[in-house]
Design a protein around this ligand. Sequence first.
Ligand code: AMP
Ligand code: MG
Length: 408
Amino acid sequence: MLSVTEARERILSHFQATAEESLPLIECANRILAVDVTAPHDLPLFDNSSMDGFAIRASDSSIGADASRVTLSVVADIPAGSAPTVTLAQGQSARIMTGAQVPAGADAVIPIEDTDSNFHEAGTAAPQTVSFTRTVKAGENIRARGTDLHAGDVVLRKGHILKPQDLGLLAMLGFANVKVHKKPRVALLSSGDELVEVGTPLTPGKVHDSNSYAIGALIQNAGADVLRLGVAKDTRQSVEGLLQKAVNENVDLIITSAGVSVGAFDFVKEVIEANGKMDFWRVHMRPGKPLAFGEYFGKPFIGLPGNPVSAFVGFEVFVRPVLERLSGQLDGTRQTVKVRCEEEVLSDGRESYLRAKVRTENGIHFAKLTGHQGSGNLLSLVQADALLIIPAGVKCVPVGREVEAILL
Ligand code: AMP
Ligand code: MG
């Protein structure tokens, strides 16, 4: 039997990042950068005022140190967005607004609050003179060109997930389009004669298809598009018919749930074998021992177990890393932390992923299981916020012992 790590490495070795595409900035939230981004210009791009006030020559203010009043003539009015044309000479100042470019000759801004021109109403005309009684240091209230970053600096790295603040910075730097990796496209198939769609009443022996929803949402949350193939009956024709759509659409990955065990009606396995390649593995893990990997008409295929919790865990352990690789993402999105078990946890020696609730006290995480760990018990997954990883070979974790946990 393969270890989880061996199985994951084998699967991952078949994938590489999707091609890049250039997208309008507005469409780039949560997309993965395909290139390092280098600043085309400094930020700030020009010396500008951080306050509404008066641009002055700091040396003109030194007389105010002994509390005597300094009075300067106001020779220009500089609203934000204008390019000042004056050069301040000794004894001169210019009214200036926040974000406006500092005129030549000025090296400081005194805020209006510190002057005799402390008017806050919009539309107030600039005064002829301004006076104040304090010393102003050179550089005061000026955001100097290049203080945040310089032209040529690498500001974002290839493989980074673009967050809202990243889009803001890219806009500041003038990028109308950004090179990102294409979204991976994943086909998703449920299989089983017992499955009916939600909205259709259950008749004896039937259950609702839940994997299409849980796994479909996981795929989308991992940044990929889902092609929903629906539910295949346990017949060769039904499975082949639905999988054909995945081939036609040229998806990056086919994911199925159920139908790959050794049951008499497990046709997914048979259909994959007939039209591609199938590696059927028993992975030394719990839940979700049976895991299928292969290709169908050249398209990579991962067969998850049918039981809802096993399918979910299989996704986290095997599919999420594949989607991260396909999407070009460099850092994993799931965080693992050390948690202290608040109860004795028993395992069967396989690498186990157990549903647990974590609470944090004084910086220490404590974990309790959320109920029985049957692989169909989705409620216990709903109540969990972590999967405890009990390493292979461990059959009992005593109270107080630390284990790794994946935060969900
Ligand atoms: P199988 O892998 O076909 O033996 O299925 C294992 C268990 O998972 C059975 O109890 C199935 O009814 C259940 N199951 C399989 N597929 C789904 C699904 N899409 N939604 C909910 N339960 C499922
Ligand atoms: Mg079945």
